[in-house]
Design a protein. Structure first.
Length: 242
């Protein structure tokens, strides 16, 4: 552990095996709930918002069931709240590797949650503007733009968590690699959206495997960690990292 990490440790209690196990369960359950809520909201209640050609489907979703649309908005708000809880959980899980980097990763996820909430704030106005397709289209576009800006923070978060997992010595290397790939997928889609006219974000649809793998690791392996002894020693030194 570096001198800087040791100083940081003076301001925060050292993680224990119990705290890491608990944090693994909290983060894993939080991520699983987020996946379910997001699927319900994005692909069901909100008519596929955030995907290509979503304006007409969103307007139709409002027409079909305004109450269901409202539940979809609530579901996304809960997702943003869970993002903060998951950020805190992952900070504790990977603090034994590097509290500084874990904290930075948590900040990026919280920043993403903040931007996502701003994007969600566009949705209630769609209910009042449901009769005007131009107004709905403008709000959908604003939601999409803000969401993609937020995904920059989310992508960096995943890259950092992937680096921590790779360096940990107690998470299988493949999980770290998959998480880094997932993060790069979001970053690539955001760059494509900004630089390429008419670009449809598709890369993250194929690189999200790392996020799913993390859920399973947290709920299956993380909650059953036998010991944190040797964690720092087991971490791969920068000179040997591939």
């Amino acid at each position: 552990m570096s001198t800087q990490e040791t100083r940081l440790g003076n301001f925060a209690p050292a993680p224990t095996i119990r705290s890491v196990r608990t944090a693994s369960v909290v983060a894993g359950v939080g991520l699983a709930m987020m996946a379910l809520l997001s699927a319900f909201a994005v692909f069901g209640a909100l008519g596929g918002i955030g995907s290509a050609g979503d304006t007409s489907r969103v307007a139709q979703a409002i027409t079909d069931s305004e109450s269901l649309f409202r539940w979809g908005i609530l579901a996304l708000i809960l997702v943003a709240v869970l993002d903060v809880i998951v950020a805190a959980g992952l900070l504790e899980v990977f603090a034994p590797v590097s509290r500084k980097v874990s904290t930075l990763a948590a900040y990026f996820r919280v920043a993403y949650a903040g931007v996502f909430l701003v994007a969600i704030s566009q949705l209630p106005g769609m209910l009042a503007d449901a009769g005007g397709s131009a107004s709905v289209e403008q709000r959908v576009q604003t939601f999409d733009d803000l969401w993609h800006v937020g995904l920059v923070f989310f992508g960096v978060h995943l890259v950092l968590i992937g680096w921590l997992a790779y360096r940990s010595g107690w998470v299988a290397t493949i999980f770290g690699v998959l998480l880094v790939v997932s993060g790069l997928g979001y970053l690539a889609d955001t760059v494509g959206t900004v630089l390429v006219p008419g670009y449809s974000p598709v890369i993250a649809q194929f690189t999200f495997v790392g996020e799913v793998a993390l859920i399973f690791w947290l709920l299956v392996k993380g909650r059953c960690l036998a010991s944190l002894e040797g964690t720092t020693a087991a971490a791969k030194p920068p000179s040997t990292a591939r």
